[in-house]
Design a protein around this ligand. Structure first.
Ligand code: PNW
Length: 441
């Protein structure tokens, strides 16, 4: 970690932290919430490494007051959370469950009272189970159900939420959820999962229209990106790199920014008019970045047109992910150079790392690796701004240690340590470090 002072960020830069509903809320049966695909998946033996579920998670549903106080202590200007569709519409369709909306209504008011902008994600992977039973995102109708849900939320919160994010990482939901089955709903379709991409994008576009009709706030989507590092110099390696790039970095962004699907995805179930709906203007592109991906040509007869290979020569996080801050600068300049005028301002909607953080004998949690990680990635963002990329915000993943999907409670991403037996929250040293960065705005 460099000891040079962190350069200043532009005035008005949005400093935040991110979370998602199923990972922190608990309250699985509270106030009429219905099951989502993640409840079903987590309760299926063998799916989650430690056998845990999000039934209780951080019990944020009952402790949000304490958690908003932790955010206020950070001095952040924005909080990115997600709204659980199965709280708002337990059946995935029809009238809203008012008690479900009440929770977010209180949260939004508490945030505003603390001077924190609410940034609300509408879909962070927790599809109501009844919609999955009807085909889920493989079914085009789910896109229309999503827009109906967006309308219900915007009718209640549209006057106070400052930025809407329609979908979180539709690529991961397609690939891990429907391609390889590591995430809910656990389908193993490989490239036959492509309709899940198109229907999510269509749902995004229809939701943008619904949100615009109810709310004057900005609208965004949060995509994750991973620059390709080619491990090999043959034509076959280059072709593998291009295939991975098209899938991970372009499949969603090309149609969103008006270019239609990249080559190789002609099989998407597109109907007349869909591409215009999908390309509706957005105000911010949310960028989630964790690491680049090493790629080389696959073996003969392999099921995928590329092989992913761990990158050597970098420090690694507790998730075994390589720490490559310059990959974030590279990604931001790539977006700028590739999409040009079509690219809206960018906010980094997730950036962070997992480590095995344990309280010491005095109950303190020291996480110098996380400080170094965030320091490096913030400097990368600052360098990209100097390169001419319009980046207007940065959200750390995550405020709290939480329930990390298929990894259960084994991966701690928080600025705040959570004891999952007692629910005691302990700010880590990275919390104080981030507070100091934020305080310099
Ligand atoms: C994101 N990958 O998920 C999600 O938006 C968060 O909910 C999650 O907690 C966070 O990143 C940390 O994992 C990802 O395999 C899941 O490349 C998997 C991958 C990337 C992001």
């Amino acid at each position: 970690m460099t000891t040079a002072p962190m350069p200043a960020f532009p005035a008005g830069f949005r400093w935040g932290v991110s979370t998602s509903a199923y990972q922190i809320e608990g309250g699985a049966d509270a106030d009429g919430r219905g099951p989502s695909i993640w409840d079903t998946f987590a309760h299926t033996p063998g799916r989650i490494v430690d056998g845990s579920t999000g039934d209780v998670a951080c019990d944020h549903y009952h402790r949000h007051g304490e958690d908003v106080a932790l955010m206020a202590g950070l001095g952040i200007s924005a909080y990115r959370f997600s709204i659980a569709w199965p709280r708002v519409q337990p059946g995935g369709t029809g009238a809203a469950n008012p008690a479900g909306l009440d929770f977010y209504d209180r949260l939004v008011d508490d945030l505003l009272a603390a001077g924190i902008d609410p940034v609300a994600t509408l879909f962070h992977w927790d599809l109501p189970q009844p919609l999955e039973d009807a085909g889920g995102w493989l079914n085009r109708d789910t896109a229309h159900r999503f827009a109906e849900y967006a309308d219900l939320v915007a009718a209640r919160l549209g006057d106070r939420v400052k930025l809407w994010i329609t979908l979180n990482e539709p690529f991961i939901h397609m690939s891990l959820g429907h391609g390889t089955g590591v995430h809910a709903p656990g389908r193993f379709l490989l490239f036959d999962a492509l309709p899940v991409a198109h229907h999510q994008l269509l749902g995004h576009g229809l939701a943008v229209a619904a949100l615009r009709a109810r709310s004057t706030s900005g609208v965004a989507i949060a995509n994750n990106y991973s620059p390709v590092r080619l491990l090999g110099g043959t034509d076959a390696d280059r072709a593998a790199g291009a295939a991975y790039d098209a899938l991970h970095n372009r499949l969603f962004t090309d149609p969103l920014l008006g270019r239609g699907y990249p080559p190789g995805f002609e099989d998407a179930p597109v109907r007349d008019g869909d591409l215009d709906i999908i390309a509706a203007p957005i105000d911010v592109l949310g960028v989630n970045y964790y690491n680049p991906t090493g790629i080389r040509a696959p073996e003969e007869g392999a099921p995928l047109p590329f092989e992913m290979v761990p990158l050597e020569g970098y420090p690694r996080t507790g998730f075994d992910w390589p720490v490559v801050p310059e990959g974030l600068r590279e990604l931001l300049t790539w977006l700028h150079d590739t999409y040009g005028e079509a690219l809206p301002p960018i906010q980094i909607t997730e950036s962070g790392c997992a480590y095995d953080d344990v309280p010491d004998a005095d109950g303190r949690v020291h996480d110098p690796e996380r400080i170094a990680y965030l320091d490096g990635h913030l400097r990368a963002v600052r360098a990209a701004i100097d390169d001419g990329v319009d980046v207007t915000g940065y959200f750390v993943w995550s405020l709290l240690d939480n329930w990390e999907w298929a990894e259960g409670f084994t991966k701690r991403f928080g600025l705040v340590h959570v004891d999952f037996d007692t629910q005691v929250r302990t700010p880590k040293s990275s919390y104080a470090w981030y507070r100091d960065q934020v305080g310099r705005r």
